[in-house]
Unconditional design. Structure first.
Length: 568
């Protein structure tokens, strides 16, 4: 098995530069046919079948090396399974799994037949899962035995879900039927499927992936992406990972592959270029274990959210010694890094941390490469990545002056930009106006083209690398009979950037420590652990608009003088 190839996929930036020199109207090298499965699996499986694609690391077993040909074989069998059960082009297939080979196999099988993948976070509770599965109309879900227990109680609310494939399902539980939903063993089903070729054919604008993003009003929205959005990520990857790929590169991220950060900021780009990808998911981020893991597996390239870097720095401050690392590049995004964190990484990890910027609807459009550009101002996110046009828009829709604060906007169309919100055309029209995708982020641009983030223009909370909308947390808290009104906001935190904070008006009784724990447990069980408020503040009332909407900005400002950054 080829451990590390020296021949990689050609540079996208080089192709774009050649097209620009030739005077092409569009410098993006988008072919008439483009499929993520073909680009990230099939072509390597044909050219170098034994080349290492994935190294699956688990705490209880030796690492397992997966060649591209092995992924292709499993994905082809799974695609035949889909077809045999009438999964067709445009159908949604949910993947509720931690990092591992089954995630990639599911993606490549779905893309092969034109189905749409719906990535789901394993920490989601039943309410969060039920909404996304119901809203998307997913016909099949792939999960593991642990998450199956969360799915079974919500099946009555999912009329379109027909089948569940479970990895590592016990033999006694295989091929059982929960009312109208068949529950089968993932690997047992694949054994019976043919391996005859199924070409992965699609156009660049054909739908591929549906990723739900948090919103400040209403429920989360599904951002539908086309196959081309993989291509749209690649210039940023090449820049932020400093000439990626290079001989010896090997990628890993602690970010879950259910999020666009873990999946598109590293995992699929690694496979596109032919760089070995490592799958390893901690139940809870452990900085000591992370340092040792990075050293043991000679990880060279990482996407690390700022919170992960802050926790690693905090551990280093008390550690007697650190293992010897071979890290070449780190990209980070989702929160501000700060000069002290950059300086620590430069001194201790011996790397420049490069900032990346984007959002679920339009990702990786700004970045830095501090190894090349030493003039990046403090606090700047970077410059627009080649191929993407950005500007700062004023409230009246005009381009802002140099240094003027306005909304960061991306010109449409753009290969990395979403097709639209699932079944929400009005929301899509609000997101893209007059040829610009509005990010909802306030920023400014200096005379050298560097963009700096100023603030969110809405109520999104940024905590531990997650972008969290308050609405579904508030709706969950309101299910408790003692809660009359709930408002969720983010308050400053030195490690997490913001602390998820719930302000509660009681309907009966008074607030107590026990009730606070009960409310946290409610969110943990119904939604997800990463959405649990770390602070509960009891209020007699909340600031409201004349129409009864919560004024979260006014609430946040009223609490800042009296709230420190300590956690309860």
């Amino acid at each position: 098995m080829i451990q590390a190839g020296t021949r990689f996929a050609p540079s996208i930036l080089s192709q774009m530069a050649k097209r620009q020199e030739a005077g092409a109207d569009d410098i993006w090298p988008v072919p008439d046919l483009f499929n993520i499965a073909d680009m990230c699996c099939d072509r390597w499986a044909v050219a170098q079948p034994d080349r290492v694609a994935l190294i699956d690391v688990r705490d209880d077993a030796p690492p397992k090396y997966w060649a591209y040909a092995e992924l292709l074989r499993a994905a082809t069998k799974l695609a035949h399974y889909f077809k045999s059960h009438h999964i067709v082009q445009g159908d949604r297939i949910a993947v509720l799994l931690p990092q591992g080979p089954e995630v990639l196999i599911a993606h490549f099988a779905a893309y092969r037949i034109g189905a749409i993948i719906l990535p789901l976070f394993t920490l989601f509770g039943p309410d969060a899962l039920a909404y996304r599965l119901r809203d998307s109309g997913a016909k099949l879900t792939i999960t593991d035995a642990g998450s199956l227990n969360k799915l079974l109680p919500i099946l009555p609310d999912l009329p379109e879900l027909e089948r569940i494939l479970v990895c590592q399902l016990n033999d006694k539980d295989t091929d059982k039927r929960e009312k109208t939903v068949a529950v089968c063993s993932f690997w047992a089903e694949l054994e019976h499927m043919p391996n005859t070729a199924l070409a992965a054919v699609s156009g660049p604008d054909d739908p591929a992936m549906l990723i739900y993003t948090s919103g400040t009003t209403g429920n989360p929205k599904g951002a539908l992406h086309a196959h081309r959005f993989l291509l749209g990520h690649l210039p940023n990857i090449e820049i932020s990972h400093q000439g990626f790929p290079r001989a010896g590169d090997k990628g890993w991220t602690p970010a879950d592959w259910a999020w666009i950060g873990g999946l598109m900021d590293l995992a699929l780009p690694c496979l596109y270029y032919g760089v070995p990808l490592v799958s390893y998911r901690q139940l809870k981020f452990d900085p000591e274990a992370t340092f040792q893991f990075i050293a043991d597996h000679q990880i060279r390239n990482m996407f690390l959210p700022p919170t992960a870097l802050k926790l690693m720095r905090s551990y280093h401050m008390t550690a007697e010694r650190l293992p010897v690392l071979s890290v070449r590049t780190i990209a980070s995004g989702g929160e501000a890094l700060g000069s002290s964190l950059l300086g620590w990484a430069r001194k201790i990890l011996n790397v420049e941390v490069n900032e990346i910027y984007g959002q679920t609807e339009c990702n990786l459009v700004i970045c830095t490469d501090r190894s090349v550009d030493k003039t990046v101002p403090d606090g700047a996110m970077g410059k627009a990545v080649p191929g993407h046009k950005l500007c700062i828009l004023t409230p009246d829709g005009h381009e802002a002056e140099i240094g003027e604060v306005g909304e960061i906007a991306v010109q449409a169309p753009d290969p990395v930009m979403f097709l639209g919100y699932w079944n929400k055309p009005e929301d899509t029209q609000e997101k893209i106006k007059q040829g610009w995708l509005l990010t909802g982020d306030l920023g400014k641009q200096d005379e050298n083209g560097f963009f700096s983030f100023v603030a969110r223009d809405d109520d999104i909370i940024t905590s531990s690398g997650y972008r969290i909308g308050p609405t579904e947390i508030e709706n969950c808290l309101m299910q408790h009979p003692s809660v009359s009104l709930a408002a969720v906001i983010g308050l400053p935190d030195p490690i997490r950037t913001e602390t998820v904070t719930a302000c509660i008006v009681m309907s009966t009784g008074i607030g107590s420590d026990q009730l606070a724990e009960n409310l946290k447990q409610l969110v943990r069980e119904r939604l997800s652990a990463h959405l649990v408020p770390r602070q509960i503040i009891w209020r007699d009332d909340l600031p409201l608009t004349a129409t009864g909407k919560i004024r979260r900005k006014a609430l946040r400002e009223s609490l800042l003088p009296e709230t420190d950054s300590s956690l309860d």
